[in-house]
Design a protein around this ligand. Structure first.
Ligand code: HEC
Length: 209
């Protein structure tokens, strides 16, 4: 009995060692390339979700390799600054829009999925990742709470600029952010982004009560 237990124990150690051995024979870079290959072979364009979404731009490429941990600091800074420089503003120049329209956009999770109509509603789905108003109790917490965002930060030019730019392109400040690049990826228009800035900064908005 004793010997059998030892044999079983030893096999378990060897199997575990074997698995670890396999896991380390492929680098993160190779694993990422293989994952893309499998995705390309598995997905097909359907409705609004076309296969070209798998084509990565420079930011996505850099942030995919080693989860962006090994980008040289000068390169990271150059790419980040280019993201910030590409932010577009509304033609009116008005960065704080209508908070009521902003709240609708924050609640709206539809848009750009294969089952969505091209001319149907498109939103920011902000509550999927952020707490915003106390009225909405169903929210995700991948992002920080934005409740009382404007009350705590005020409406200085710096804060208004930062809030607009951040929603337009989160990676203009945090290169490998998990937040969608709403303006950059043309999910929302500049005017819609201004409405979301209104939701976060307007003292009358439920975010700031
Ligand atoms: C998929 C998740 C996700 C969604 C959806 C999302 N965010 Fe974010 N957001 C994040 C994460 C994660 C952070 C923190 C990391 C960072 O700053 O990039 C963040 C940060 C922010 C910040 C900066 C907060 C600060 O303290 O400076 C603002 C403002 C913001 N989000 C607004 C929005 C708005 C408005 C929407 C909807 C249009 C939205 N987010 C949708 C994940 C998300």
């Amino acid at each position: 009995m004793m010997n059998r237990k030892i044999v079983i124990g030893l096999s378990a150690v060897l199997i575990t060692a074997g698995l670890i051995g396999c896991a380390t024979t492929i680098s993160d870079k190779e694993a990422a390339a293989k994952a893309i290959e499998v995705m390309r072979a598995s997905f097909a364009s359907k409705g609004m979700a076309s296969i070209d979404r798998l084509n990565q731009d420079e930011v996505q490429r850099e942030c995919t390799v080693d989860a962006g941990k090994n980008i040289a600091p000068e390169k990271a800074e150059r790419i980040r600054a280019a993201q910030l420089a590409a932010v577009q503003r509304p033609a009116s120049g008005k960065l704080i829009g209508d908070w009521k329209a902003g709240e609708k956009l924050a609640q709206e999770g539809r848009g750009l999925q294969f089952s969505d109509a091209a001319d149907g509603p498109k939103g920011g789905n902000c509550y999927a990742c952020h707490q915003m108003t106390p009225q909405e109790i169903s929210y995700g917490n991948l992002g920080p709470s934005l409740y009382q965002y404007g009350k705590l930060r005020g409406q200085s030019k710096e804060i208004v600029d930062y809030t607009y730019n951040k929603i337009f392109n989160a990676e203009a400040y945090n290169l490998c952010s998990n937040m969608p690049r709403f303006g950059h990826a043309k999910i929302l228009s500049s005017e819609q982004i201004a409405d979301l800035v209104g939701l976060l900064l307007d003292p009358a908005s439920p975010v700031n009560q």
